[in-house]
Design a protein around this ligand. Structure first.
Ligand code: RFL
Ligand code: PHB
Length: 393
């Protein structure tokens, strides 16, 4: 089958689905190719914390009705040190800004529902294999994709690579190793979703000699909890009782315990590809950059990229103006590097390496103490946590 559209989008994660929606709202046609099946996408857990700008973007795109109804607004965050509780008043320190907890799974489902209602085409179980033509001014861009053993093509003006870290789009860019910047961490996160009311109604980050722990939530009866674990940990490695005891110890609270309905291990990595465009191919979200999940920034960064890319495409089609598209990488990177810094800094401040010396531990404690004891320290943390603005100039 040979299809034709204006923007060929690879990937139905938050980046691809949001881009298709904003383009649709502005009369621009797109087709999304998604490697996985619909049921898998609708069930995939992941992010939970949205910056104010991310919530505003979903609302403005017209996919925020359920988000508005079910969102959990957090006006603060708790930083626990060696079991001692401390709260930062995020709203007070950021002139009224807050963060919102609403699962990535939910917003993904909301966007798929809207796409299906409006006949935005998503081709499930379709894997982009090869991209061509996007370098040449006069040729169409072509996405070659496979589906059920057969090859097909999409001919389009632009290709948006929203295909995550393991996708094909980044590899089609003419990058060298100089464009790739990366940092691997010597620990991972073991995460659970449990049918238990969260004890604290806001997020807790805990620094503890035994390692980092985090308490979050997905609803009044659903707790989302993580502990630092060694790289390569088997998701079935831990006895449930040990896990709950460890969470209580590291967080310094007594969690409500309940049926564990999901568990998984997530590795931690910082990664930036500082070439996000070549000709009419653009990459966005996890395809271009990864942050470790401490700081809760991955999906928020993907949404920020899509704000820039969608605006660039709208200016191209509606005003024949390519200024934003030409500056796409530069506009995005200014924000990406700052968010990478924040995520790396919170990660290295709160986690404990196996071979960590005492001086490093003292530096971590002093960093957290500075955030808690200094208004400027707390404001700097908060400014990043609620989300930095996109700078266009
Ligand atoms: P995604 O979500 O990975 O979607 C990419 C999609 O592309 C498909 N794909 C292809 N399709 C067709 N052809 C190909 N060749 C393809 N190759 C891949 C894939 O199947 C997939 O469906 O990328 P996107 O849209 O850029 O979104 C990024 C976010 O998903 C990610 O950054 C966040 O989940 C990160 N994250 C968090 N972000 C936040 O902003 N706040 C949080 O609280 C937060 N918590 C988290 C997180 C990530 C975690 N894990 C599991 C890594 C917590 C965890 C534990
Ligand atoms: C989550 O709710 O899944 C969550 C919260 C905070 C983070 C990461 C994930 O930093």
């Amino acid at each position: 089958m040979n299809l034709k559209t204006q923007v060929g989008i690879i990937g139905a994660g938050p980046a691809g689905l949001l881009l298709a929606r904003i383009l649709y709202n502005n009369g621009i046609e797109s087709i999304i190719l998604e490697n996985r099946d619909e049921a898998y996408l609708r069930k995939r857990l992941r992010a939970g914390v949205m910056e104010q700008g991310t919530v505003d973007t979903f609302m403005k795109a017209g996919v925020g009705a359920r988000l508005e109804k079910e969102k959990m607004v957090h006006e603060g965050i708790h930083l626990h040190v060696n079991g001692k509780a401390n709260r930062i008043d995020v709203k007070d320190l950021s002139a009224g800004k807050v963060v919102t907890v609403y699962g990535q799974k939910n917003i993904t489902n909301d966007m798929i529902d809207h796409a299906q209602k409006d006949d935005i085409q998503i081709i499930w179980e379709a894997k982009a294999e090869k991209l061509e033509g996007f370098h040449n001014e006069n040729d169409s861009s072509i996405i070659h994709y496979s589906r059920y053993g057969k090859m097909h093509t999409i001919e389009c003006d632009f290709i948006a690579g929203c295909d995550g870290f393991h996708g094909v789009s980044r590899t089609a860019l003419p990058t060298t190793e100089k464009n790739i910047h990366t940092c691997e961490f010597p620990y991972s996160w073991f995460g659970i979703l449990a049918e238990a009311p969260p004890v604290c109604h806001e997020v807790i980050y805990a620094h503890h000699p035994a390692g980092f722990a985090l308490q979050s939530m997905r609803g009044p009866e659903l707790s989302r909890l993580y502990i630092q674990c060694p790289n390569g940990t088997d998701p079935n490695a831990y006895e449930e009782e040990w896990l709950w005891d460890e969470l209580d110890k590291r967080l310094g609270i007594t969690n409500n315990r309940g049926n564990i309905i999901d568990k998984g291990v997530a590795p931690m990595r910082s990664f930036v590809c500082d070439m996000m465009q070549s000709g009419r191919l653009f990459i966005a979200g996890d395809a271009a950059h990864i942050v470790p999940p401490t700081g809760a920034k991955g999906m928020n960064l993907a949404v920020a990229d899509i704000n820039v890319l969608s605006k660039g495409l709208i200016h191209h089609y509606q005003h024949n103006d390519n200024d934003i598209l030409n500056r796409y990488t530069e506009i995005c990177l200014r924000r990406i590097w700052k968010v990478e810094r924040f995520s790396w800094w919170v990660t290295t401040t709160f986690h404990v390496s196996d071979d960590q010396d005492e001086f490093t531990t003292k530096m971590q404690e002093a960093t957290i103490s500075y955030i808690l004891d200094s208004k400027i320290g707390a404001q700097s943390f908060t400014e990043n946590y609620v989300g930095l603005p996109i700078l266009w100039d």
